[in-house]
Design a protein around this ligand. Sequence first.
Ligand SMILES: [Zn+2]
Length: 357
Amino acid sequence: MRHVCKICSPYVPGLTGDAHADSDEVATAERVDNLRVLPMRGPGRRAAVEKMKLWENGRTLKVKFLDGNAAVQSKVEAIAKEWEAIANLKLEFVTSGSAQIRISFAEEGFSWSTVGTDSLTVGSTKATMNYGWLEPNTPLREYQRVVRHEFGHALGMIHEHQNPDALGKIPWDKPKVYAYYAQQGWDHGDVDSNIFEVYDEDSTNHTTFDPTSIMEYAVPDELTIGSFSIGWNTEFSAADVQFMKRQYPKAAPAMTEITVGTPVSADLAAAGEVDSYHLAITTAATYITTTQGGTDTVLALHGPNDPGALLAWDDDRGKGANARIVRKLQPAEYWLTVRHKTPGGTGSYSVGVKKRA
Ligand SMILES: [Zn+2]
């Protein structure tokens, strides 16, 4: 069968039904701030938890081709490396040994990628990314469109039409959409999970739907009610660049060690930045963790011994707009994250842990 629609069908655990129960744990083991607490407005102590699949900021990811033509491989590599100018990551292409991103061309007609750290849940000899129609003579624009898009997934981005803010903004003609994708072998469930379903508020690329995102599919007019279409996006949108610079900021420190009794001064220099700290507790006691300074911070405590376990969080129980968590802790490893209360907020602060007298 000839594949008429050249779109990406990513393997997204949790959305496709091929869920790996441990994918959230794998994500937080890689980067503690993949679990981010967002205080909600209104009464009560409600919070939303963002679940991201980002790699540790600043890390080098190894990328390996499992098969394919050398001319095609070198084009894919050159375009993939454009992401290095946006995100604070290195993509090191290797020809032997292990690699976090493993690219195949074997599955013809389908292009897809796992999302961020979900690649760690795939068997180490299997592909985590596939290109199903790139040939040596494929036009450059098509290489750019599909490679930028698949590497966006590999670095943790989801499909933009599955942004919760996209709900209701694309007037899908559902029977036509089912019929269209049936031509490439998708059943109703495949269409529902890849086209119609949106994510929870907790893992989006952008706060508002961005139809110009490299992570948006083309939406043909004949699949919508009335006159509505989105063309093939081949360029990074301004919001794509801004989002990924925020997730992988150049200036941010990696995980900082914090010890009881010694506060650490830090700066949320970029909008959306999240600072992470590792705390080793050796004596069982009640500990008071606070932020200080004029910045409205949100503090979260993770552990024991599992960065994916959110133990406590606070917004304003400290002095001024600062956060304060009082908790009895056993000897174990813990993690702290500090973020600004508002998505665009920046500012300096200090964070400290002390034993209650
Ligand atoms: Zn995709």
